[in-house]
Design a protein around this ligand. Structure first.
Ligand code: 8DG
Ligand code: MN
Ligand code: MN
Length: 383
């Protein structure tokens, strides 16, 4: 009865950017199965189906009560027939036969193993599966052709699939802060991504670099990378230059931003993070730089994925908003902007499509104001 009173009182907004979603929520079991289905659809290239499951999971994350009966879903948005059916199965039988089948399927399991390699997406993983490969050992035996990125991904597979702790993220931020301080005094380093949303662990560390005098940031990334490399902090890095052109057709970049990719200068890297006190981790893993012991390989460092992104100061609030996530939150921010406000939002700018003007902002709060949205702090963007 309590749940139903809550349901009646609770008008859940359609867009994730209108909801407050904390990390801890009350429907973990249900969101997990829906996310498995979203992942499976993604592995099949069915992006619309994947999105539908993600949205359903996202709505459940925002609920202030635990769903116990399928009737409680009546007035909720984004819950399609398939999602409801799976939720009902889980509520009534404790598990969904369909989800169990997916989880145990050979294809899902192999796709999961392959896409966990840094640099491997669904396309490559599917191809390997088609060729009959199933495991990392198969991949090595088959001598599959790998990109540089994938080679390093495979080499550091265990480390890169070990959750990055908040303390690791803080340590890496500090190293990058030192590097940036040496290369360009006055420049700043900001931790974004899941850690900014309050997560205690993550799959990587997302860092934004900028300088309050626009233009000063040009050339910074090269210097920082070279400093880090000299100090032995980088196992792998690959950079891309800035390709953003503010005055090209805004329709063009508003389309490309739908995927979440942006045009900032950036570096995808793998850090060699020294561990305090020489803790032994990933015994048995291949560690080219580790100290070999009798039982296997022990090491005093671990590999951590780090994204470095350089932004001109005037675009920083947009970049910060974009790189803080979650992915559901970002996707709906853009969708809301376009459909409800006739504005195109991306990681660089906010553009009014009818008035044909750029709306500037000095903070995330100002971007929310332009969009007539209540400000949602990072900790409540875990949609
Ligand atoms: P995690 O690492 O803790 O697992 O989660 P996360 O921090 O939320 O995810 P992420 O994959 O590291 O991405 C962080 C945010 O950055 C996410 O909202 C997507 C956003 N993002 C962009 N542009 C790009 C891009 O070009 N590549 C990637 N990988 N992420 C981008 O805005
Ligand atoms: Mn991240
Ligand atoms: Mn990232």
């Amino acid at each position: 009865a309590h749940a139903e009173t809550l349901e009646a009182r609770c008008q859940v907004p359609v867009y994730a950017c209108q909801r407050r979603t904390l990390l801890a929520h009350r429907n973990q079991t249900l969101t997990e199965v829906l996310q498995t289905m979203a992942e499976e659809a993604h592995f099949c290239g069915s992006e619309a189906r994947s999105l539908a499951f993600s949205r359903a999971a996202s709505v459940l994350k925002s609920l202030p009560w635990t769903v116990r009966r399928v009737q409680e879903l009546r007035s909720l948005p984004c819950l399609g027939e398939h999602s409801r059916r799976i939720i009902q199965e889980v509520l009534e039988d404790g598990a969904s036969a369909e989800v169990e089948r997916v989880k145990h399927s050979e294809r899902y399991q192999a796709m999961k193993v392959f896409t966990k390699i840094f640099g491997v997406g669904v396309k490559t993983a599917s191809r390997w599966y088609q060729e009959g490969l199933r495991t990392l050992a198969d991949l090595q035996a088959h001598r599959a052709k790998l990109s540089k990125e994938q080679e390093f991904g495979l080499l550091h597979y265990d480390d890169l699939n070990t959750p990055v702790e908040r303390s690791d993220a803080e340590a890496i931020s500090q190293v990058v802060r030192d590097a940036v301080g040496q290369c360009l005094p006055g420049a700043s380093v900001t931790l974004a991504g899941g850690f900014r949303r309050g997560k205690q662990t993550g799959h990587d560390v997302d860092l934004l670099l900028t300088h309050p005098t626009e233009g000063q940031e040009v050339g910074l990334l090269k210097k920082v990378i070279s400093w880090l490399d000299k100090q032995g902090f980088l196992l792998y890095h690959s950079s891309r230059r800035n390709t953003f052109q503010a005055f090209e057709d805004p329709e063009l970049w508003s389309r490309s931003s739908a995927s979440g990719m942006d045009h900032f200068e950036r570096c995808l890297s793998i850090f060699r993070l020294r561990l305090p006190g020489g803790v032994q981790i990933s015994a048995g893993a291949q560690k080219p730089g580790g100290a070999v012991t009798g039982s296997g390989v022990s090491s005093f460092w671990k590999a951590v994925r780090v994204d470095l992104v350089v932004t001109p100061f005037s675009q920083f609030p947009f970049a910060l908003l974009g790189w803080t996530g979650s992915k559901n939150f970002e996707r709906d921010l853009r969708r809301y902007s376009k459909h409800e406000k006739k504005m195109a939002l991306n990681n660089h700018v906010l553009y009014h499509l009818e008035q044909k003007i750029f709306l500037t902002a000095a903070s995330e709060e100002e971007i929310f104001q332009h969009l007539d949205l209540e400000y949602i702090p990072p900790e409540e963007r875990n949609s």
